[in-house]
Design a protein around this ligand. Structure first.
Ligand code: CUA
Length: 311
């Protein structure tokens, strides 16, 4: 059980302001629950072992009044006040950077919208944030309800079709964490995660500038690019700088530099790319992408090599 208290996906090791507030609330509630648990069991033991004989009716009535009415009202009012007092911190307004995150079936569309008026940067299945700054996540979904949850950074929030919900996070330390979908959304709900990388500001700026560039596959991968386009991949995926301009699936412009594949479920290497292209149905049941098992091995390998090189 204790192994669940740490790691990249733990709400008990907060790396964000909001997560710290949530942890404070949890610890306060936990302490209250422990005290009440001890009191209730102490009373039960007292009644069964220490003083099992019948009590006078007046004593019983007094016990019910104090223990059954006054105590819960006072305790619950105290815990409620404690919880409500923390709420303004959780609903604070955002900062400079906005990131639109859309829950798709079953991956994440991520669009960075810098405050300086620069063009948005489209990515997928990975979130990068600058440390020590408030970031406003604008959440929505085109079809079903998802819920975005990065336990180390903050509480979860639903992504509701037709409505934009806002989650404000302020990471307090750098590192790599993990986010998940916390609302059942279909067959591959459990296969919908993403790495969250908190970087210092300079590192974040350099990263986003690099994402602005079109894809730069080296000349040796021209054949892979041609096969990628011939197989029709560009109908669903975008690779900026090429003819691939699809918007149905994840943007693949810099897919080679991502920390994982398939929304946080596979290591990003060539063999995973090959498996994904050949048999996506086995890896992500119900995904919209068709499997390309009919392509010759050499062609799949060439496409995988091309994608791997898109850094
Ligand atoms: Cu998306 Cu569960």
């Amino acid at each position: 059980m204790l192994a669940g208290c740490g790691g990249v996906q733990s709400a008990l090791q907060p790396a964000g302001q909001e997560a710290e507030t949530v942890l404070r609330l949890f610890l306060g509630m936990l302490a209250g629950a422990c005290v009440i648990w001890v009191a209730v069991f102490g009373t039960a033991v007292y009644a069964m072992r220490v003083s099992p004989q019948p009590h006078r009716e007046q004593t019983a009535k007094r016990f019910i009044f104090w223990g059954g009415i006054v105590f819960p009202v006072v305790t619950l009012a105290g815990l409620l006040t404690f919880g409500i007092a923390l709420m303004p911190e959780l609903r604070a307004h955002g900062g400079g950077l906005r990131v639109a995150v859309s829950g798709e079936q079953w991956w994440w569309r991520v669009t960075y919208e810098p405050s300086g008026g620069e063009a948005p940067v489209v990515s997928a299945n990975e979130l990068r944030l600058p440390v020590g700054e408030r970031v406003e996540l604008m959440l929505d979904s085109p079809d079903v309800i998802h819920s975005l949850w990065i336990p180390a950074l903050g509480g979860k929030l639903d992504m509701i079709p037709g409505r934009t919900t806002r989650l404000v996070l302020e990471p307090t330390r750098t590192g790599t964490f993990r986010g998940v979908c916390a609302e059942f959304c279909g067959e591959s709900h459990a296969l919908m995660a993403f790495p969250v990388v908190v970087m210092d500001r300079a590192g974040f700026d350099a990263w986003i500038e690099a994402r602005r560039e079109p894809a730069r596959a080296d000349a040796a991968d021209a054949a892979g690019e041609r096969l990628f386009l011939q197989a029709g991949c560009g109908g669903c995926h975008s690779v900026r700088g090429t003819e691939a301009r699809g918007v149905i699936g994840p943007d693949l412009t810099h897919v080679g530099s991502r920390l994982s594949l398939g929304a946080g479920i596979l290591p990003n290497d060539r063999s995973s790319l090959i498996r994904f292209i050949r048999n996506v149905e086995a890896i992500k049941p119900g995904a919209l992408m068709p499997s390309f098992a009919m392509l010759p091995d050499a062609e799949v390998a060439a496409i995988a090599r091309y994608l791997e090189g898109l850094e």
